[in-house]
Ligand binder design. Structure first.
Ligand code: FE
Length: 199
């Protein structure tokens, strides 16, 4: 039996049991657990990835370093941590659009995107995205990728965690990094949405 067939109530009960056991054995404290939850709920999230993307859009040397080794480039901005030991940023162009999935479970680059959304963990997304990404993007995310653009789907794993460097939207010339970062969404870094300039 795997975790997918368990109800949320069963999962909650199991997590509570594990937490109690670890606390009882003196391996963690309640404060440590609370702090970890707080970090991943409030402090680590897609706003960090957005900062990295905005920097890549405005600094071509940084962009090169990001594509070359995303883990090291993120460290320059003080961004690193669990589940981000080997991250790869995939650069979108007019010819190629990248999208990310974890076919096995829900591997995801936590330091830059936080915790994965529920749909990312759904068996439906995980299997269908590999088979027919163009249809999934159009039907599930209202994202119509031009026929002339190839879609490449990358399977994240515990070894390598992918995320997307989306294209900078037109009409944003001269914008500051902060303004640009505000446009970058979690979904655009998973590859299921474009970045759009909003006025
Ligand atoms: Fe996984």
């Amino acid at each position: 039996m795997n975790s997918i067939s368990r109800t949320p109530a069963e999962i909650t009960a199991r997590v509570k049991a594990l937490e109690s056991m670890l606390i009882e054995k003196g391996l963690v404290t309640t404060e440590m657990v609370d702090r970890m939850v707080e970090i991943y709920e409030n402090e680590v999230g897609p706003q960090l990835g957005a900062k990295v993307i905005a920097k890549a859009w405005t600094d071509s040397d940084f962009r090169t370093r990001l594509i070359d080794d995303a883990t090291e480039a993120c460290k320059e901005l003080g961004i690193s941590g669990l589940q981000g030991e080997h991250m790869v940023a995939l650069e979108d162009t007019d010819d190629v659009h990248h999208a990310v999935v974890c076919t096995l479970c829900s591997c995801y680059p936590w330091p830059v995107l936080g915790l994965p959304p529920n749909w990312y963990k759904e068996p439906q997304y995980r299997s269908r995205m590999i088979r027919e990404p163009r249809s999934v993007l159009a039907e599930e995310f209202d994202y119509i990728v031009p026929e002339s653009t190839e879609i490449r789907v990358w399977d994240s794993s515990s070894e390598v965690r992918y995320w997307v460097l989306p294209q900078r939207p037109e009409g944003t010339e001269g914008w500051s990094e902060e303004q640009l970062a505000a446009l970058v969404t979690r979904d655009s870094m998973i590859g299921v949405a474009p970045v759009e300039a909003v006025s």
